[in-house]
Write a new protein. Structure first.
Length: 292
């Protein structure tokens, strides 16, 4: 019979009682009671082990696992910019908010603040303070069925349609063993070439009547080579603002109206620290249309 059957437990109990009464020996009676208690404890423990009721724990590791609806985890694996699942999950080191890599890089073209908490990530180069979160990305790919395969196929099709070579996945480089306590090195997502040694801040000071329609400059923080000239800066402004050819661009540093041939490194050396603000070479530009 099963452990839950009452008849299976009553038979030996009655048999032992009948035997103890016929003998009349008190010692035998005590031994019978102990045997009785041992039998009941063994059967109860067997029942708990079989049905997983011992201390509220289940019998196997599989039964301990709880099924979770993906909707419960969705808020933690979505990018707040594109509202899709995280792809190339990238975290801002200042506030630890995570976004798709392409989303946060595009956002930093126009702003140096976190799109979620509005904290200033970096005054001039917010891309310095972002890191790939490969562990979180692995979790997203394991939770969302076929997401990784779909992304790989889309990337493959994108490059093939444009006749480009499909980039190979990056292979982690082995770290040589070092003495003492190992140090974890966090690498930046982007590395800026050392020749881009001048950071400039382009401040718009206005346009006179007749300058026509123009687009406002989207990025006022620019990093360039010190060998770039004011002529290069003017070409940059004309292209980004879609300026009319008749519109003249005046570029000023401090109280000096700059010439096309002057390089940014020369300007910084000649004008000195008065032209520098928080490590930036500050250039003011205005749009002028000369009367005929």
């Amino acid at each position: 019979g099963t452990p839950s059957c009452s008849g299976a437990r009553s038979l030996p109990f009655e048999f032992e009682r009948g035997r103890s009464e016929s003998s009349g020996d008190e010692d035998d009676d005590d031994e019978d009671d102990e045997e009785e208690e041992v039998e009941e404890e063994e059967m109860e423990s067997d029942s708990r082990a079989r049905f997983g009721t011992d201390d509220g724990e289940l019998d196997s590791d599989d039964e301990r696992e709880r099924m979770i609806n993906l909707a419960e985890l969705t808020p933690y694996i979505l990018c707040s910019i594109c509202k899709g699942y995280l792809i190339d999950a990238t975290t801002i080191t200042e506030c630890l908010h995570t976004f798709c890599k392409s989303c946060i890089v595009r956002h930093f073209y126009y702003s140096n603040r976190c799109p979620k908490c509005n904290i200033v990530v970096h005054q001039t180069q917010p891309l310095y303070n972002i890191r790939l979160d490969r562990q979180l990305q692995d979790i997203v790919y394991k939770l969302v069925v076929n997401l990784e395969e779909r992304e790989k196929k889309q990337m493959h099709d994108f490059y093939k349609e444009r006749g480009l070579e499909v980039p190979k996945p990056a292979v982690p480089q082995p770290v040589p063993p070092s003495r003492g306590r190992p140090r974890k090195v966090l690498g930046s997502v982007f590395r800026i070439p050392p020749e881009l040694d001048i950071s400039i801040l382009l401040e718009f000071i206005g346009a006179n009547e007749g300058a026509g329609n123009f687009k406002p400059l989207e990025k006022k923080f620019v990093r360039v080579s010190g060998e770039a000239t004011i002529g290069h800066v003017e070409k940059f402004l004309r292209r980004k603002m879609d300026l009319d050819p008749a519109c003249q661009v005046d570029i000023i540093c401090g109280d000096h109206l700059l010439e096309h041939y002057q390089t940014l490194r020369e300007i910084r050396q000649v004008i000195g620290e008065s032209a520098v603000q928080d490590g930036l070479l500050v250039l003011h530009y205005g749009l002028v249309v000369s009367p005929l």
